[in-house]
Design a protein around this ligand. Structure first.
Ligand code: NAD
Length: 489
């Protein structure tokens, strides 16, 4: 196959994300033939670089993926550099000219991907200037805009950003990156659900007791305090990644597997989440900030963090859906830094039989346990279901055993990088694994009241030990419903 034709304009071309993630992903696509010889990439930032200097940076960036030096050299020959200040209109005139030249030289078919990998305050400015300065391709190719996270810091700012993007791009041209949606296990959720009637038949409040989503990090704030201290776990992990995963788990079956149909169902699910009152927030959300120990500072003494910071490094909450599928079944979510382990997972707890004919009473050897379906997202990719069976001893006692599938190392090595999948989808115009605007809006509508309550109340921080699974209040949140976190670190 010829692969896709396109010219990329990458704003923030020497940034951390571009060098660590974006170029290796593009290189892998190139090696697999998804990017044709008819592609070029124009790197942009204020830096003055020659094409040769830029190509040398790309060579270093893709070194881990490079087996064949010849192929790497070929790949980087498609890269060009232009020093560009996003606020300088003259510079967009240059972009227009260079863009047309590269289109001709590489026969890109006029297809353009504008990737904004810069600080979020530039997202809207770039989109507007691309439009007003006529940098968009006008000869029949596609124009697609890729936006990094975060998408706003509340509904209002997200709406303003979206309006700015809409000045030059329609919704189906905008790809809001959520790299969790490029992960194998997350992408597999729709197939697991809608490809297996035995699961989908019980995927509702009648059979599922509760759903738990954990996105735990073992690292602390590292060197990103400048950004993180203005965001916090709720904005950085819950509003986007966690609620996106929730949407694939909670949605109804789309009428076909195309992005427009899938997005419509995701939005319906997100819009049916109950929005909490102030009291509801207090009852259903927990925040935390990590304490120090002998060897490590507490969050407030990390470099770059104000000593009086009330920022949340942990957030947990309970989601209730006002819809017939989920009715009384809660979804519990949690994410935080400096937790017991790096662990991204979904645990779905099924109900016990209404009548347990094997038990002679609670806690007796015959008592049945809940079936739990676990989807492992990070760091392992896997799937497991605990089922009740008879143990091998004399007399009838029961035990649970896992039915599990764990991806082999060999197979894991073949799995595309998240950004590789997402680039592939962008080139194909497939928005299945990207957040649409109505989804982003619904997620902010849910999260904003939580943040507002937190902003107006003094927390009692620090409130959790490094290496634990967060504050005890996060356990009490479930205990009140007669539930408990299945994953305990
Ligand atoms: P970065 O600071 O490393 O890079 C930003 C780039 O923008 C640099 O190339 C810089 O030269 C350029 N730039 C700054 N001001 C400019 C101006 N006025 N005109 C032109 N160029 C200018 O940032 P990053 O870490 O690569 O992050 C980029 C985006 O990706 C951000 O939105 C961030 O939130 C997101 N992101 C980053 C990571 C990560 O691991 N780094 C992870 C997830 C999301």
């Amino acid at each position: 196959a010829d692969g896709t034709r396109a010219l990329f304009m990458l704003f923030g071309g020497t940034g951390d994300l571009a060098l660590r993630k974006l170029y290796p992903a593009l290189f892998n696509l190139y090696k697999k033939g998804s990017l044709s010889k008819h592609f070029a990439l124009l790197g942009l930032s204020r830096k003055e670089l020659s094409d040769e200097e830029f190509r040398a940076k790309i060579m270093t960036s893709i070194a881990d993926e490079t087996a064949d030096q010849q192929v790497a050299t070929e790949f980087v020959s498609h890269f060009y550099w232009k020093s560009h200040d996003v606020n300088n209109m003259d510079h967009y005139q240059d972009l227009k000219k260079i863009g047309n030249q590269l289109d001709d030289q590489y026969q890109t078919g006029g297809n353009r991907v504008f990737y904004v990998s810069m600080a979020p305050r530039f997202f809207g400015i770039v989109a507007q200037n691309l439009q007003s300065q006529h940098v968009l391709s006008e000869n029949g190719g596609f124009n697609r805009l890729v936006i990094e996270k975060p998408f706003g810091r509340d509904y209002q700012s997200a709406k303003e950003l979206n309006d700015q993007l809409n000045s030059g791009f329609q919704e189906n041209q905008i790809f809001r990156i959520d790299h969790y949606l490029g992960k194998e296990t997350v992408e597999a959720i729709p197939v697991l659900r809608f490809g297996n009637p035995l699961l989908e038949a019980v995927w509702n409040q009648n059979y599922i007791k509760d759903v738990q989503i954990t996105l735990a990090e073992s690292l602390g704030v590292e060197d990103r305090a400048g950004y993180y201290d203005t965001a916090g776990a709720l904005r950085d992990m819950i509003q986007n990644h966690t609620l996106q995963i929730v949407s694939y788990l909670a949605m109804d079956q789309p009428n076909s597997f195309v992005d427009t149909a899938i997005r419509a169902e995701k939005v319906k699910a997100l819009e049916s989440m109950e929005i909490y009152t102030d009291q509801g927030v207090k009852d259903n959300f927990v925040r935390g900030q990590y304490a120090g120990d002998e060897d490590h500072p507490d969050y407030r003494h990390e470099s770059g963090v104000p000593v009086d910071s009330n920022n949340d490094t942990f957030a947990a909450g309970k989601i209730v859906f006002n819809n017939p599928r989920w009715g009384k079944t809660p979804f519990y979510i949690r994410s935080g830094k400096k937790l017991a382990d790096k662990q991204g997972r979904v645990d779905i707890e099924f109900k016990k039989p209404l009548v347990d004919i094997f038990a002679k009473g609670t806690g007796t050897p015959g008592e049945l346990q809940k079936n739990v379906l676990t989807l492992e997202i990070d760091p392992r990719v896997g799937l497991s279901l605990t089922i009740n069976t008879k143990d091998s001893k004399q007399g009838l006692h029961t035990e649970t055993v896992p039915l599990d599938y764990l991806q082999s190392d060999n197979r894991a090595a073949q799995v595309p990088l998240p950004y590789e999948r997402l680039f592939h989808d962008i080139l194909n115009g497939d928005g299945t694994y990207f957040a649409s605007w109505p989804e982003v809006a619904a997620a902010w509508h849910f999260v904003d009241p939580v943040q507002q309550v937190w902003d107006t109340q003094q927390p009692d921080f620090p409130n959790y030990q490094q290496g634990s699974m967060g504050p005890t209040a996060a356990d009490e949140l479930l205990a009140r419903d007669g539930n408990a976190w299945f994953y305990r670190g």
